[in-house]
Write a protein that binds this ligand. Structure first.
Ligand SMILES: [Zn+2]
Ligand SMILES: [Zn+2]
Length: 425
Protein backbone atom coordinates (compact mmCIF):
# COMPACT_ATOMS: atom_id res chain seq x y z
CA UNK A 1 0.00 0.00 0.00
CA UNK A 2 1.19 3.49 -0.78
CA UNK A 3 1.56 6.09 1.98
CA UNK A 4 -1.43 8.42 2.21
CA UNK A 5 -0.73 12.14 2.10
CA UNK A 6 -1.97 14.24 5.01
CA UNK A 7 -2.87 17.92 5.22
CA UNK A 8 -0.26 20.51 6.10
CA UNK A 9 0.11 21.16 9.86
CA UNK A 10 -2.40 23.70 11.16
CA UNK A 11 -4.70 23.25 8.17
CA UNK A 12 -7.78 21.08 8.11
CA UNK A 13 -10.77 19.94 6.11
CA UNK A 14 -14.20 21.24 6.94
CA UNK A 15 -16.26 18.08 6.59
CA UNK A 16 -19.85 18.14 5.28
CA UNK A 17 -21.47 17.83 8.74
CA UNK A 18 -19.47 20.90 9.83
CA UNK A 19 -19.72 22.86 6.61
CA UNK A 20 -23.47 23.13 7.17
CA UNK A 21 -22.66 25.24 10.22
CA UNK A 22 -20.21 27.37 8.22
CA UNK A 23 -22.78 27.90 5.50
CA UNK A 24 -25.35 28.90 8.09
CA UNK A 25 -23.03 31.54 9.58
CA UNK A 26 -22.02 32.83 6.15
CA UNK A 27 -25.62 33.00 4.96
CA UNK A 28 -26.67 34.83 8.13
CA UNK A 29 -23.84 37.33 7.66
CA UNK A 30 -24.77 37.91 4.01
CA UNK A 31 -28.40 38.46 4.94
CA UNK A 32 -27.76 40.84 7.85
CA UNK A 33 -25.03 42.80 6.03
CA UNK A 34 -27.28 43.18 2.97
CA UNK A 35 -29.89 44.83 5.20
CA UNK A 36 -27.32 47.57 5.84
CA UNK A 37 -26.35 47.95 2.18
CA UNK A 38 -23.08 45.99 2.29
CA UNK A 39 -22.06 44.04 -0.79
CA UNK A 40 -19.45 41.36 -1.17
CA UNK A 41 -15.93 42.12 -2.34
CA UNK A 42 -13.81 39.15 -3.37
CA UNK A 43 -10.12 39.95 -3.39
CA UNK A 44 -7.25 37.60 -4.36
CA UNK A 45 -5.86 35.21 -1.75
CA UNK A 46 -2.32 36.43 -2.46
CA UNK A 47 -0.90 39.89 -2.99
CA UNK A 48 2.47 41.62 -3.27
CA UNK A 49 4.22 41.23 0.09
CA UNK A 50 4.77 44.98 0.35
CA UNK A 51 0.99 45.53 0.55
CA UNK A 52 0.90 43.84 3.95
CA UNK A 53 4.19 45.37 5.07
CA UNK A 54 2.62 48.80 4.53
CA UNK A 55 -0.92 48.10 5.73
CA UNK A 56 -0.25 45.80 8.67
CA UNK A 57 3.17 47.27 9.57
CA UNK A 58 6.60 46.02 8.49
CA UNK A 59 7.68 45.42 12.10
CA UNK A 60 4.46 43.73 13.23
CA UNK A 61 4.58 40.08 14.34
CA UNK A 62 2.26 39.22 11.47
CA UNK A 63 4.59 40.52 8.78
CA UNK A 64 7.88 39.63 10.48
CA UNK A 65 7.06 36.13 11.70
CA UNK A 66 3.74 34.84 10.47
CA UNK A 67 3.24 35.50 6.76
CA UNK A 68 3.45 32.84 4.10
CA UNK A 69 5.82 34.73 1.82
CA UNK A 70 7.32 33.24 -1.31
CA UNK A 71 9.00 34.27 -4.55
CA UNK A 72 6.93 33.34 -7.57
CA UNK A 73 8.54 32.04 -10.77
CA UNK A 74 9.06 35.60 -11.96
CA UNK A 75 10.93 36.48 -8.77
CA UNK A 76 8.27 38.75 -7.22
CA UNK A 77 7.77 38.51 -3.47
CA UNK A 78 4.18 37.49 -2.82
CA UNK A 79 2.31 36.64 0.36
CA UNK A 80 -0.85 34.76 1.22
CA UNK A 81 -3.16 37.27 2.85
CA UNK A 82 -2.81 37.25 6.66
CA UNK A 83 -5.89 39.47 7.11
CA UNK A 84 -8.57 41.11 5.00
CA UNK A 85 -8.40 44.89 5.35
CA UNK A 86 -5.18 45.48 3.37
CA UNK A 87 -6.62 43.97 0.19
CA UNK A 88 -9.92 45.83 0.60
CA UNK A 89 -8.09 49.15 0.91
CA UNK A 90 -5.93 48.29 -2.10
CA UNK A 91 -9.05 47.47 -4.09
CA UNK A 92 -10.72 50.70 -2.95
CA UNK A 93 -7.74 52.68 -4.27
CA UNK A 94 -7.18 50.66 -7.47
CA UNK A 95 -10.83 50.98 -8.46
CA UNK A 96 -11.10 54.69 -7.59
CA UNK A 97 -14.01 54.01 -5.30
CA UNK A 98 -13.51 57.42 -3.63
CA UNK A 99 -15.74 58.72 -6.44
CA UNK A 100 -18.61 56.52 -5.22
CA UNK A 101 -18.73 57.09 -1.50
CA UNK A 102 -19.94 55.70 0.77
CA UNK A 103 -18.53 52.30 -0.15
CA UNK A 104 -19.79 49.43 2.00
CA UNK A 105 -18.24 46.02 1.43
CA UNK A 106 -17.86 42.71 3.22
CA UNK A 107 -15.57 39.75 2.64
CA UNK A 108 -15.68 36.11 3.69
CA UNK A 109 -12.76 33.78 3.26
CA UNK A 110 -9.54 32.13 4.37
CA UNK A 111 -6.53 33.96 5.79
CA UNK A 112 -3.09 32.47 6.36
CA UNK A 113 -0.62 32.85 9.23
CA UNK A 114 2.31 30.68 10.22
CA UNK A 115 1.41 30.43 13.92
CA UNK A 116 1.73 27.64 16.47
CA UNK A 117 -1.41 25.59 15.84
CA UNK A 118 -3.65 25.19 18.91
CA UNK A 119 -7.34 24.79 19.63
CA UNK A 120 -9.19 27.46 17.69
CA UNK A 121 -6.03 28.70 15.98
CA UNK A 122 -5.22 27.34 12.55
CA UNK A 123 -2.66 28.31 9.92
CA UNK A 124 -5.48 28.61 7.44
CA UNK A 125 -8.28 30.34 9.32
CA UNK A 126 -11.40 32.12 8.14
CA UNK A 127 -12.73 35.59 8.65
CA UNK A 128 -15.81 37.60 7.88
CA UNK A 129 -15.26 41.34 7.82
CA UNK A 130 -16.89 44.59 6.76
CA UNK A 131 -15.36 47.90 5.74
CA UNK A 132 -17.14 51.21 5.32
CA UNK A 133 -15.41 54.04 3.46
CA UNK A 134 -16.46 57.67 3.44
CA UNK A 135 -18.43 58.71 6.54
CA UNK A 136 -16.33 60.39 9.19
CA UNK A 137 -18.82 60.92 12.01
CA UNK A 138 -19.94 58.68 14.86
CA UNK A 139 -23.20 57.86 13.09
CA UNK A 140 -21.29 55.39 10.90
CA UNK A 141 -19.57 53.86 13.93
CA UNK A 142 -22.92 53.32 15.67
CA UNK A 143 -24.52 51.84 12.57
CA UNK A 144 -21.63 49.40 12.10
CA UNK A 145 -21.79 48.27 15.72
CA UNK A 146 -25.56 47.83 15.53
CA UNK A 147 -24.99 45.62 12.49
CA UNK A 148 -22.34 43.51 14.23
CA UNK A 149 -24.53 43.00 17.30
CA UNK A 150 -27.52 42.30 15.04
CA UNK A 151 -25.51 39.60 13.31
CA UNK A 152 -24.67 37.87 16.60
CA UNK A 153 -28.28 38.05 17.76
CA UNK A 154 -29.61 36.68 14.48
CA UNK A 155 -26.99 33.92 14.25
CA UNK A 156 -27.51 32.83 17.88
CA UNK A 157 -24.13 33.03 19.55
CA UNK A 158 -23.98 31.47 23.01
CA UNK A 159 -23.08 33.31 26.21
CA UNK A 160 -23.37 36.90 27.33
CA UNK A 161 -22.11 39.27 24.67
CA UNK A 162 -20.56 42.60 25.60
CA UNK A 163 -19.69 45.48 23.36
CA UNK A 164 -16.53 47.24 24.52
CA UNK A 165 -15.58 50.58 23.05
CA UNK A 166 -12.73 53.04 23.37
CA UNK A 167 -11.33 56.07 21.61
CA UNK A 168 -7.73 56.02 20.41
CA UNK A 169 -7.66 59.76 19.74
CA UNK A 170 -6.20 61.29 16.59
CA UNK A 171 -2.93 62.71 15.31
CA UNK A 172 -3.66 65.89 17.31
CA UNK A 173 -4.21 64.43 20.75
CA UNK A 174 -2.34 61.15 20.64
CA UNK A 175 1.15 62.69 20.53
CA UNK A 176 0.80 64.62 23.82
CA UNK A 177 -0.95 61.61 25.41
CA UNK A 178 1.86 59.31 24.30
CA UNK A 179 4.41 61.56 26.02
CA UNK A 180 2.34 61.58 29.20
CA UNK A 181 2.07 57.79 29.11
CA UNK A 182 5.81 57.39 28.53
CA UNK A 183 6.63 59.54 31.56
CA UNK A 184 4.33 57.38 33.66
CA UNK A 185 5.64 54.07 32.28
CA UNK A 186 9.27 55.09 32.79
CA UNK A 187 8.54 55.36 36.51
CA UNK A 188 7.02 51.86 36.51
CA UNK A 189 9.67 50.25 34.35
CA UNK A 190 10.61 47.50 36.82
CA UNK A 191 6.99 46.24 37.01
CA UNK A 192 6.76 45.69 33.24
CA UNK A 193 7.49 42.44 31.40
CA UNK A 194 10.59 42.15 29.22
CA UNK A 195 8.58 42.42 26.03
CA UNK A 196 6.93 45.66 27.15
CA UNK A 197 10.22 47.14 28.35
CA UNK A 198 11.62 46.47 24.90
CA UNK A 199 8.77 47.97 22.90
CA UNK A 200 7.88 50.77 25.29
CA UNK A 201 9.65 53.61 23.49
CA UNK A 202 8.46 52.43 20.09
CA UNK A 203 4.87 51.67 21.05
CA UNK A 204 3.91 52.53 24.64
CA UNK A 205 0.20 51.98 23.92
CA UNK A 206 0.76 48.24 23.53
CA UNK A 207 1.70 48.04 27.23
CA UNK A 208 -1.97 48.80 27.95
CA UNK A 209 -3.22 45.58 26.41
CA UNK A 210 -0.35 43.33 27.56
CA UNK A 211 -1.77 40.24 29.27
CA UNK A 212 1.07 39.86 31.83
CA UNK A 213 -0.17 40.52 35.40
CA UNK A 214 2.49 43.13 36.25
CA UNK A 215 1.77 45.12 33.11
CA UNK A 216 -1.97 44.77 33.73
CA UNK A 217 -1.68 46.54 37.09
CA UNK A 218 0.44 49.31 35.62
CA UNK A 219 -2.06 49.71 32.76
CA UNK A 220 -4.96 50.18 35.19
CA UNK A 221 -3.20 53.09 36.91
CA UNK A 222 -1.75 54.62 33.74
CA UNK A 223 -3.21 57.78 32.18
CA UNK A 224 -5.84 56.74 29.63
CA UNK A 225 -6.46 58.12 26.15
CA UNK A 226 -10.13 58.69 26.98
CA UNK A 227 -9.22 61.35 29.53
CA UNK A 228 -6.85 63.06 27.12
CA UNK A 229 -8.90 63.46 23.95
CA UNK A 230 -8.96 66.69 21.95
CA UNK A 231 -12.35 68.41 21.53
CA UNK A 232 -13.10 66.82 18.15
CA UNK A 233 -12.27 63.29 19.36
CA UNK A 234 -14.20 63.85 22.57
CA UNK A 235 -17.29 64.95 20.64
CA UNK A 236 -16.96 61.97 18.31
CA UNK A 237 -16.78 59.55 21.24
CA UNK A 238 -19.71 61.21 23.06
CA UNK A 239 -21.71 61.08 19.82
CA UNK A 240 -21.07 57.36 19.48
CA UNK A 241 -22.11 56.71 23.07
CA UNK A 242 -25.35 58.65 22.72
CA UNK A 243 -26.24 56.87 19.46
CA UNK A 244 -25.66 53.48 21.13
CA UNK A 245 -27.80 54.56 24.07
CA UNK A 246 -30.55 55.62 21.68
CA UNK A 247 -30.42 52.15 20.10
CA UNK A 248 -30.60 50.60 23.58
CA UNK A 249 -27.36 48.83 22.82
CA UNK A 250 -25.48 48.22 26.09
CA UNK A 251 -21.74 48.95 25.96
CA UNK A 252 -18.76 49.33 28.24
CA UNK A 253 -15.93 51.78 27.82
CA UNK A 254 -12.69 49.82 28.05
CA UNK A 255 -9.79 52.28 28.31
CA UNK A 256 -7.31 49.45 27.78
CA UNK A 257 -8.63 48.59 24.33
CA UNK A 258 -5.85 49.78 21.98
CA UNK A 259 -4.46 49.15 18.50
CA UNK A 260 -0.81 49.00 17.66
CA UNK A 261 -0.66 51.10 14.51
CA UNK A 262 -0.75 54.83 14.00
CA UNK A 263 -3.43 55.01 11.35
CA UNK A 264 -6.01 53.54 13.73
CA UNK A 265 -7.80 56.47 15.28
CA UNK A 266 -10.81 57.38 17.36
CA UNK A 267 -13.23 54.47 17.68
CA UNK A 268 -11.97 51.00 18.57
CA UNK A 269 -14.34 48.23 19.61
CA UNK A 270 -14.54 44.59 20.51
CA UNK A 271 -17.38 42.19 21.06
CA UNK A 272 -16.64 39.60 23.73
CA UNK A 273 -18.47 36.60 25.12
CA UNK A 274 -18.12 34.63 28.36
CA UNK A 275 -19.23 31.39 26.72
CA UNK A 276 -15.76 29.82 26.43
CA UNK A 277 -14.81 30.31 30.07
CA UNK A 278 -12.71 33.47 30.04
CA UNK A 279 -13.97 36.58 28.27
CA UNK A 280 -13.09 36.11 24.63
CA UNK A 281 -13.25 38.49 21.69
CA UNK A 282 -15.53 37.35 18.87
CA UNK A 283 -15.23 40.48 16.76
CA UNK A 284 -12.86 43.42 16.70
CA UNK A 285 -12.87 46.60 14.73
CA UNK A 286 -12.33 50.29 14.60
CA UNK A 287 -11.68 53.41 12.65
CA UNK A 288 -8.66 53.73 10.37
CA UNK A 289 -9.07 57.15 8.82
CA UNK A 290 -5.36 57.34 7.94
CA UNK A 291 -4.89 54.04 6.13
CA UNK A 292 -6.16 54.88 2.63
CA UNK A 293 -3.75 57.83 2.39
CA UNK A 294 -0.98 55.70 3.89
CA UNK A 295 -1.58 53.15 1.10
CA UNK A 296 -1.31 55.80 -1.61
CA UNK A 297 -4.98 56.67 -2.08
CA UNK A 298 -6.92 59.87 -1.66
CA UNK A 299 -7.40 60.40 2.08
CA UNK A 300 -10.73 58.79 3.01
CA UNK A 301 -12.16 58.04 6.45
CA UNK A 302 -12.96 54.37 7.04
CA UNK A 303 -14.13 51.98 9.69
CA UNK A 304 -14.39 48.20 9.74
CA UNK A 305 -14.34 45.02 11.76
CA UNK A 306 -13.52 41.35 11.38
CA UNK A 307 -14.53 38.17 13.15
CA UNK A 308 -13.08 34.68 13.11
CA UNK A 309 -15.32 31.91 11.84
CA UNK A 310 -13.55 29.10 13.73
CA UNK A 311 -14.50 30.69 17.05
CA UNK A 312 -18.04 31.48 15.90
CA UNK A 313 -18.56 27.84 14.96
CA UNK A 314 -17.62 26.84 18.53
CA UNK A 315 -19.95 29.46 19.98
CA UNK A 316 -23.06 28.76 17.99
CA UNK A 317 -26.07 27.90 20.15
CA UNK A 318 -27.22 24.28 20.05
CA UNK A 319 -29.97 23.54 17.57
CA UNK A 320 -29.33 26.56 15.34
CA UNK A 321 -28.16 24.53 12.39
CA UNK A 322 -30.32 21.94 10.72
CA UNK A 323 -28.47 19.28 8.75
CA UNK A 324 -29.97 18.89 5.28
CA UNK A 325 -32.03 15.72 4.90
CA UNK A 326 -33.62 14.30 1.78
CA UNK A 327 -37.36 14.55 1.35
CA UNK A 328 -37.57 11.28 -0.51
CA UNK A 329 -35.43 8.16 -0.65
CA UNK A 330 -36.01 6.07 -3.78
CA UNK A 331 -35.81 2.31 -3.31
CA UNK A 332 -35.51 0.27 -6.51
CA UNK A 333 -35.32 -3.49 -6.63
CA UNK A 334 -32.50 -4.07 -9.11
CA UNK A 335 -33.46 -7.60 -10.04
CA UNK A 336 -36.77 -6.35 -11.42
CA UNK A 337 -36.49 -5.53 -15.10
CA UNK A 338 -36.72 -1.75 -15.65
CA UNK A 339 -37.12 -0.78 -11.96
CA UNK A 340 -33.83 1.08 -11.74
CA UNK A 341 -34.60 3.11 -14.87
CA UNK A 342 -38.07 3.92 -13.54
CA UNK A 343 -36.53 5.02 -10.23
CA UNK A 344 -33.91 7.16 -11.96
CA UNK A 345 -36.66 8.89 -13.91
CA UNK A 346 -38.95 9.33 -10.88
CA UNK A 347 -36.10 10.82 -8.82
CA UNK A 348 -35.49 13.42 -11.54
CA UNK A 349 -39.20 14.30 -11.70
CA UNK A 350 -39.33 14.74 -7.92
CA UNK A 351 -36.23 16.96 -8.01
CA UNK A 352 -37.75 19.01 -10.81
CA UNK A 353 -40.69 19.59 -8.44
CA UNK A 354 -38.24 21.00 -5.88
CA UNK A 355 -37.61 18.00 -3.64
CA UNK A 356 -34.31 16.75 -2.26
CA UNK A 357 -34.07 13.14 -3.42
CA UNK A 358 -31.58 10.41 -2.67
CA UNK A 359 -31.76 7.30 -4.81
CA UNK A 360 -30.36 3.91 -3.95
CA UNK A 361 -27.54 3.40 -6.47
CA UNK A 362 -25.92 0.22 -5.24
CA UNK A 363 -28.58 -2.50 -5.39
CA UNK A 364 -29.38 -4.65 -2.38
CA UNK A 365 -32.43 -6.39 -0.97
CA UNK A 366 -35.61 -4.58 0.05
CA UNK A 367 -34.53 -4.87 3.69
CA UNK A 368 -31.06 -3.41 3.02
CA UNK A 369 -32.48 -0.53 1.01
CA UNK A 370 -35.11 0.29 3.64
CA UNK A 371 -32.32 0.41 6.22
CA UNK A 372 -30.47 2.90 4.02
CA UNK A 373 -33.67 4.91 3.63
CA UNK A 374 -33.96 5.09 7.42
CA UNK A 375 -30.35 6.17 7.81
CA UNK A 376 -30.82 8.92 5.20
CA UNK A 377 -33.52 10.45 7.45
CA UNK A 378 -35.76 10.96 4.41
CA UNK A 379 -39.35 11.85 5.27
CA UNK A 380 -40.72 9.54 2.58
CA UNK A 381 -39.55 6.47 0.75
CA UNK A 382 -40.67 5.77 -2.82
CA UNK A 383 -40.48 2.05 -3.60
CA UNK A 384 -40.45 0.55 -7.09
CA UNK A 385 -40.48 -3.26 -7.28
CA UNK A 386 -42.03 -5.98 -9.46
CA UNK A 387 -45.69 -5.20 -8.75
CA UNK A 388 -45.18 -1.50 -9.35
CA UNK A 389 -43.45 -2.14 -12.66
CA UNK A 390 -46.54 -4.03 -13.89
CA UNK A 391 -48.89 -1.05 -13.52
CA UNK A 392 -46.42 1.89 -13.54
CA UNK A 393 -47.14 2.67 -9.91
CA UNK A 394 -45.00 3.50 -6.92
CA UNK A 395 -45.41 2.82 -3.21
CA UNK A 396 -44.98 5.87 -1.02
CA UNK A 397 -44.13 5.22 2.61
CA UNK A 398 -44.38 7.97 5.20
CA UNK A 399 -41.35 7.27 7.37
CA UNK A 400 -42.75 9.05 10.41
CA UNK A 401 -45.96 7.02 10.81
CA UNK A 402 -45.34 4.02 8.53
CA UNK A 403 -48.42 4.73 6.37
CA UNK A 404 -48.19 3.42 2.82
CA UNK A 405 -50.12 4.17 -0.33
CA UNK A 406 -49.82 3.03 -3.92
CA UNK A 407 -50.06 5.77 -6.54
CA UNK A 408 -49.09 6.30 -10.18
CA UNK A 409 -45.73 7.99 -10.75
CA UNK A 410 -47.49 11.16 -11.90
CA UNK A 411 -49.58 11.13 -8.72
CA UNK A 412 -46.44 10.50 -6.65
CA UNK A 413 -45.00 13.85 -7.69
CA UNK A 414 -48.22 15.71 -6.81
CA UNK A 415 -48.78 13.67 -3.62
CA UNK A 416 -45.26 14.23 -2.27
CA UNK A 417 -45.18 17.93 -3.22
CA UNK A 418 -48.42 18.51 -1.32
CA UNK A 419 -47.02 16.80 1.76
CA UNK A 420 -43.88 18.88 1.58
CA UNK A 421 -45.90 22.08 1.29
CA UNK A 422 -48.09 21.16 4.26
CA UNK A 423 -45.06 20.39 6.36
CA UNK A 424 -43.56 23.75 5.54
CA UNK A 425 -46.89 25.31 6.60
ZN1 LIG B 1 -8.06 64.00 18.77
ZN1 LIG C 1 3.92 43.42 29.20
Amino acid sequence: MKTAIKTVRGVHDILPDDSTTWQYLEATARRVFAQYGYRELRTPLFEKSELFARAVGATSDIVEKEMYTFADRGGDSLSLRPEGTASVVRSFINNSMHRLLPWRVFYIGPMFRYERPQKGRQRQFHQIGCELFGPEGPLADAELMAMVMGFFRTAGVAGNLSLEINSLGCSECRGPYREKLLVFLNKKMESLCENCQGRMERNPLRVLDCKKPGCGEVAQQAPHMGDNLCTVCDEHFSGLKSHLTLLQQPFQVNPLLVRGLDYYNRTAFEVTTDALGAQNAVAAGGRYDGLVAEMGGQSTPAIGFAMGLERLVLLLEQGRVVQPEPTVYVVVLGDVQGAESAGLLLAEQLRAAGMVVEMNLTGGSMKTQMKRAGRSKAKFTAIIGGREMLDSSVVIKNMANGEQSTVTTAEAVVHLSSHIDQRKG
